[in-house]
Write a protein that binds this ligand. Structure first.
Ligand SMILES: Nc1ncnc2c1ncn2[C@@H]1O[C@H](COP(=O)(O)OP(=O)(O)OP(=O)(O)O)[C@@H](O)[C@H]1O
Length: 333
């Protein structure tokens, strides 16, 4: 891999979604209904950029990432990678090429690796699986480990349980770099990692962007790491992106009432109260997903009559997109 620090390339969209939608059928019998887990999701990721999708649990983040990676078929909408529609790739060669270029980093590194196999074997096998020849194999694995600040001497002959969660997540990132991808899709990559090591993993993404021109789709519920690492951010709520723009604009000067609420929510010191809050949020999930108009209408301090029946459109204002009727007449002309 060539080390090279490059600025975000806003001319080149690496990945783009258009009107992405996923409907799940939930419940059975008379209680059977449709849940729009993801609806009208439009975003893009530039070359050399860290783009974050953030939101509370159950907002549709993972469903988006699964559709991008081809693990789930969208109900409607399109996904383009380097201008190519990847939902309808027919040829195996094209699919394989896409899988090489877009790699994933999973939440739990202990599930990424087979506990009975030595970690270095797993890395070599990944290289082989993607057609990297026996001669180039060792070199590529060594390069990938170097990119995450490790070396083969530290890894060789050791099993997954001999590493800490943080170290293993680094090795998991190294695994995803073996194919020299252009984009990493990292779904909650630090949530299982010890709090003290989270920043080191997040810093690693910045490093990969700056030194190796890798773009990252960072999926998280944690606004602190999102603020620290992202170039741009999209805030999701019940299947929609409700605000999207530069991370500084969106998190320091939020426009959508939901983003404002997220920013102001101070962690509750009383564990009992926190638990109660979580329960009520979970209960709200289905009710909010089923709403006809703005999904946040039930909790919004500025709710208007029209919010209850009409989903707000995407409005461009003050350097960001916001999906809220409050900005209906304040959009950029
Ligand atoms: N296979 C499925 N069948 C039915 N409903 C699903 C399925 N997968 C996800 N959902 C529902 O879709 C909604 C979005 O889920 P998703 O996992 O994408 O959210 P998330 O933001 O990634 O949350 P988390 O971080 O908790 O995984 C939730 O209400 C979830 O229960």
């Amino acid at each position: 891999m060539q080390e090279n620090k490059t600025a975000i390339n806003t001319q080149e969209k690496l990945l783009e979604t258009k009107k992405l939608q996923k409907v799940f059928v939930v419940g059975g019998g008379f209680a059977r209904s449709k849940l729009l887990a993801v609806d009208d999701v439009n975003f893009h990721i530039y070359k050399n950029e860290i783009f974050t999708l953030a939101g509370e649990s159950g907002c549709g983040k993972s469903t988006v990432s699964k559709m991008l990676l081809g693990f789930l078929e969208p109900t409607q909408g399109e996904v383009y990678y380097k201008g190519k529609d990847i939902v309808n790739l027919k040829k195996w060669e094209e699919k394989k090429e896409f899988m090489k270029e877009v790699q994933s980093v999973f939440q739990n590194p202990f599930e990424t690796f087979n506990p009975l196999r030595k970690v270095d074997r797993y890395l070599y096998d990944t290289a082989k699986q993607y057609g990297i020849t026996k001669n180039g194999n060792g070199k590529r694995v060594e390069e990938a480990l170097k990119a995450v600040g490790l070396s083969m001497t530290e890894v060789k002959g050791r099993y997954p349980n001999e590493f800490s969660g943080g170290q293993l997540q680094r090795i998991s990132v190294a695994r995803s770099l073996i194919t020299t991808p252009s984009l990493l899709v990292a779904d909650e990559p630090v949530s299982m990692v010890d709090a003290s090591l989270r920043m080191s993993i997040v810093n690693l993404f910045k490093d990969l962007r700056d030194k190796y021109n890798v773009s990252v789709l960072y999926i998280t519920h944690d606004l602190a790491t999102a603020y620290y690492v992202s170039d741009r951010i999209g805030i999701m709520f019940r299947g929609n992106i409700i605000e999207m723009g530069g991370v500084e604009e969106v998190l320091m000067n939020p426009k959508h009432p939901y983003t404002q609420m997220l920013k102001e929510s101070i962690p509750e010191p009383d564990p009992k109260k926190k638990w109660t809050e979580r329960i009520s949020i979970k209960e709200l999930e289905t009710e909010e997903y089923m709403r006809k108009g703005c999904k946040f209408a039930g909790r919004c301090p500025f709710v208007m009559e029209k919010c209850k029946d009409n989903m707000p459109p995407e409005i461009q204002t003050e350097n960001r997109m916001v999906r809220c009727w409050l900005y209906e007449n304040k959009g950029d002309k």
